[in-house]
Ligand binder design. Structure first.
Ligand code: NAD
Length: 294
């Protein structure tokens, strides 16, 4: 079976490779030629536009930065809807606003094209391993048609509700992760200022109620002052902005997310937007003039 794949960045490229390993023939497109040529050298068929992808296959995955990129690739000039046959399925795996996912879905529906949103959690290592957590939204029959394909890229794929529910779930994930990192940074700075080694705090509490996947992934980075990404502050700002916009639209205030957003905006203004989101710890280092790392 031929599958179209649009968006071959940090996440899309390894996800596309896992589909190829599973035996699917891929037709790939990215606005950058480099990754298209790289995958073509590994056996994929290169396309020259999203419309070209849509002309050549009936299932298309998109893995793009944010809502405007998805709108452009689907509804824009040279986009999927220019040439997609009725019945084509679009699986948008990008993390975008649930409101935008619904808008794109409505444009697809008017053209007889089916769409689900299916953003992922797990980052580049899990994209490479094929063990992403996939959270989808859309009609169950469409989800069931692509579930086996999703499970070549992830270890779980859960249908969370109607269109947009995947991205709402992803935003919930991103709120929890941002606030966890901020809480951890605040707590480790409390330890440092009170004279207790942050590494000792981490090893003493990680098995208790405060222990979490976030703590285990990020505390060692903060303690070492290693903020190599991983997941960049700039991308997390994008997700928090989508969470805050969605919260405002549905009547769910997000005061803690708004605070975490301003911490990240401070770091971005200081030139740390390309660092890992564990660099939220730098915000506390800035306001106390004290380093957490030794
Ligand atoms: P990326 O910036 O590395 O890749 C995006 C790719 O899309 C780029 O290669 C870009 O050239 C291409 N692109 C942009 N507009 C396009 C268009 N109109 N047509 C075709 N190609 C286009 O981003 P990424 O890190 O791979 O993230 C992709 C999505 O996955 C984002 O929504 C991100 O939030 C989400 N995500 C990322 C991570 C992570 O750790 N990086 C983890 C989970 C989810």
């Amino acid at each position: 079976m031929k599958i179209g794949f649009i968006g071959l960045g940090i996440m899309g490229k390894p996800m596309a490779r896992n589909l190829m390993k599973a035996g699917y023939k891929l037709i790939v497109f990215d606005i950058k030629r480099g990754p298209v040529e790289e995958l073509a050298a590994e056996g994929a068929l290169a396309a020259v536009s999203a419309a070209d992808v849509a002309e050549r296959c009936s299932i298309i995955i998109t893995m793009l930065p944010n809502s405007p990129h998805v709108k452009e690739a689907v509804t824009g000039k040279g986009g999927i809807l220019e040439s997609a046959a009725p019945g084509t399925i679009i699986v948008d795996m990008s993390s975008i606003s649930p409101i935008a996912a619904k808008e794109v879905h409505d444009a697809c529906k008017a053209a007889g094209v089916k769409m689900i949103d299916a953003p992922v959690s797990g980052g580049e290592p899990k994209a490479v391993d094929g063990t992403l957590s996939i959270m989808a939204g859309g009609e169950k029959e469409v989800f069931d048609e692509v579930r086996d394909i999703l499970l070549k890229m992830g270890s779980s794929a859960v249908l969370c509700g109607g269109i947009g529910a995947g991205n709402t779930t992803k935003l919930a994930n991103q709120v929890i992760v941002a606030l966890n990192i901020a809480a951890m940074s605040e707590a480790l700075m409390l330890g440092v200022k009170a004279g207790v080694d942050p590494e000792v705090i981490y090893s003493a509490i990680r098995g208790g109620l405060a222990g979490s996947t976030v703590l285990d992934a990020k505390a060692p980075m903060v303690v070492k002052g290693n903020f190599k990404p991983g997941f960049r502050i700039d991308l997390h700002i994008k997700d928090l902005q989508n969470a805050i916009d969605t919260g405002h639209a549905v009547g769910a205030p997000l005061p803690l997310s708004a605070y975490a957003m301003e911490m990240m905006q401070t770091l971005k203004a200081d030139g740390y937007g390309q660092e890992d989101h564990s660099a939220i710890a730098r915000y506390y280092e800035k306001i106390t003039g004290t380093a957490i790392s030794k």
